[in-house]
Structure formats: C-alpha cells, structure tokens
Design a protein around this ligand. Structure first.
Ligand SMILES: [Zn+2]
Length: 145
C-alpha cells in the first residue's frame, strides 16, 4: 500500500533530479561559467540580492551592469520541452512545480523592479549557445548603462 499524497520516485533519474534541486553548482551552470570565463567575462556566481520581500541568489551576476542570469533546471522550472509533469504523483508534483513557476516569476519581477535585467536560460541549452546569449544581454546592458 502506498500512502496517498507522498511521492514515490520510481526511477533513479527522478531521484537524481530531486537531489539536483538542492545543489547550487549544477553541471549546466559550471559549463556556462567556464564558457563565460573563456570569453573573458568577469562575473559573480551565486550573487546575493536582497529584494524587499525575499533574498535571491543569482547564478551568474554582472553586478555593475545589473544583469542577472539564471540557469533553470528543466524539471523544476517547467521547461516546455522537458518539464512535463511526471505521469505519476501528479497530485504532488503539479502544485509543487506551479509554486516553483510562480516563485521564478516573482524573482524576475522583483529584480526587474530593482533595475536588473534578467536572463533565464534552460539547462538544456548548450553552454556555447547559452554563453552567446549572455554576451548579447551583457552588451545590451552595457549600452544602456
Ligand atoms: Zn529543457
């Protein structure tokens, strides 16, 4: 008998994803950072920004340009390609993922209100391409700043 309301991860992949949610330096982040370093960009990682209603850690921050980059995990942040709710435990994952989505939006809005430009990249974007998107956003931020 399974307890109603309690998630039972049915595959090692799901377990890995659950663990992945708790670690800060995910592999896609690490790869993006090394690409950015290779391009000569200097930034801060896990940069803390205090908003009126919450404290945010920015994955990759260009603090002077006020550019905040997040590498969003496909599962937890609901990527349209890979973020579909698992068929099992929908009653558990559905609301949880919806809360994550709302929190992401609130974080983005909060940062934008404070004058930050926010770039969210899915973790499935190849690091080279993700780096180019960051460079483009960085240039735009520099023009405006
Ligand atoms: Zn994805």
């Amino acid at each position: 008998m399974s307890a109603e309301g309690y998630p039972h991860p049915t595959s090692s992949a799901v377990v890995a994803v659950m663990k992945g949610n708790r670690s800060r330096d995910t592999l896609p982040e690490v790869r993006l950072r090394s690409e950015l370093h290779a391009l000569g960009l200097r930034f801060r990682k896990d940069y803390a920004v205090v908003l009126p209603d919450r404290r945010v850690k920015v994955d990759v921050a260009f603090s002077r340009r006020r550019l905040a980059v997040f590498v969003d995990g496909c599962f937890w942040h609901g990527c349209p390609e890979h973020g579909h709710n698992p068929r099992k435990n929908t009653h558990y994952w559905g609301p949880k993922l919806e809360r994550n989505r709302r929190r992401d939006e609130a974080v983005t809005r909060g940062l934008e209100t404070e004058g930050w430009r926010v770039l969210r990249l899915w973790e499935h974007v190849p690091p080279e391409q993700a780096a180019l998107e960051v460079v483009a956003a960085f240039r735009e931020a520099s023009r405006e700043g």
